[in-house]
Design a binder for this molecule. Structure first.
Ligand SMILES: NC(=O)c1ccc[n+]([C@@H]2O[C@H](COP(=O)([O-])OP(=O)(O)OC[C@H]3O[C@@H](n4cnc5c(N)ncnc54)[C@H](O)[C@@H]3O)[C@@H](O)[C@H]2O)c1
Length: 329
């Protein structure tokens, strides 16, 4: 069982690619957390602002054994999450892991069990929970009882989002494609809105690289129907949001990216929320009291989402072409 963290939380950053920059900036804005060690297979990827200040280790095991960190942030490619998270938990370190927590429900369940047994926080970074438009929508009085249908869409061209080694384009490394990679954020968002979901059917379009390039997941939450529309081949930038239809037929559209005009700009504030929530869980601070932590930014844990994604793959029916309209049809 780890000691209670009573001083500044010392964080180890593992993986210094595209998404790590959002963590670094979020950490730099706080006075109660600091990065005390960094690991990447390629030391050239470590941000210049850290190179002179903290030890850089190419082997994450050295970082974990260093005694320099209380918790780690795991930003490595999807297929390496389980190995790195499991090693961190074995070193009695709290873990903030990028989504997906794992690529199989068995691995996600194993990590969850490991964390519980050791009394550690195992946190999956579902960053859309902290999106300001989503929070505003909840704060305006969203009531599940009035809803008949929710359609959530996640459209992007995956090549725009690849880091340097392009592991997203390898189905074995990303988990299969858009369902494995964007599915967790999409399903987390739907579960956070509607509660437990059942998968009713999945259409899956697979491209000639073997990647699922588009998916339509049909779901129910009690009497409410939902769908997640995922597109990795969207040619015109990004569309991410959801449409809620109430029982009277009126619709409300939430665009996660509205007003965030720069590429990935919304991630800046969303990762401040991720970090705040993780720190609160580790230190035991009341979650609502933490700056930029969504008061209702709660949802399922990573293992629950992994189970739902696995169920979606089990039910997937291959189709030649899925038309994704941004969920507005
Ligand atoms: N890019 C995005 O927009 C985005 C958004 C949300 C979540 N994520 C998630 O964040 C994670 C990282 O994605 P990314 O886009 O930053 O990838 P990336 O390829 O840009 O970066 C991954 C980094 O991890 C390093 N790495 C690989 N194996 C390692 C190991 N064993 N030890 C230490 N370092 C190792 C690589 O050298 C690389 O620098 C993924 O799980 C992804 O699903 C990414």
């Amino acid at each position: 069982m780890p000691e209670t963290v009573s001083r500044d939380l010392r964080l180890g950053l593992i993986g210094c690619g595209v998404i790590s920059a959002y963590y670094v900036r979020a950490i730099e804005k706080r006075t109660d957390v600091r990065i005390t060690a960094v690991s990447d297979l390629d030391p050239a990827r470590v941000p210049p602002s850290l190179v002179h200040d903290v030890p850089v280790m190419t082997n994450y095991a050295d970082l974990m054994a260093s005694g320099l960190v209380d918790a780690v942030i795991v930003n490595v490619p999807n297929d390496a999450h389980v190995e790195v998270c499991s090693a961190a938990l074995n070193h009695d370190l709290h873990v903030c892991c990028e989504k997906p927590l794992a690529l199989s429900e068995a691995d996600a369940a194993h990590l969850t069990h490991q964390a519980r047994t050791r009394g550690l926080v195992l946190f999956t970074a579902f960053h859309r929970r902290y999106n300001q438009h989503y929070i505003d929508f909840l704060d305006a009085g969203f009531d599940t009882a009035s809803v008949s249908h929710v359609s959530l869409y996640y459209c992007e061209k995956i090549e725009d989002h690849c880091g340097r080694d392009r592991w997203y384009l390898n189905p074995d490394r990303c988990g299969g494609g858009c369902l494995a990679d964007n599915g967790p954020n999409a399903l987390d968002a739907l579960m956070a809105l509607l509660g437990p979901l059942t998968v009713d059917g999945v259409d899956l379009e697979v491209d000639d690289r073997g990647l699922d390039i588009r998916a339509r997941v049909r779901l129910t939450a009690g009497a409410v129907s939902a769908e997640a529309l995922l597109d990795w081949g969207y040619p015109d930038g990004e569309l991410k949001g959801f449409v809620v239809r109430d029982k009277a037929g009126a619709t409300t559209s939430i665009d996660y990216l509205r007003g965030y005009t720069g590429f990935k700009e919304s991630l800046e504030h969303e990762y401040e929320g991720v970090l705040a929530d993780f720190v609160a869980r580790v230190t035991g601070a009341p979650r609502g009291a933490v700056s930029h932590c969504a008061p209702r930014g709660v949802g399922p844990e990573g293992d629950t989402v992994a189970r739902l994604v696995a169920d979606a793959y089990r039910q997937a029916r291959p189709v030649p072409r899925i038309a994704v309209t941004g969920g507005l049809a």
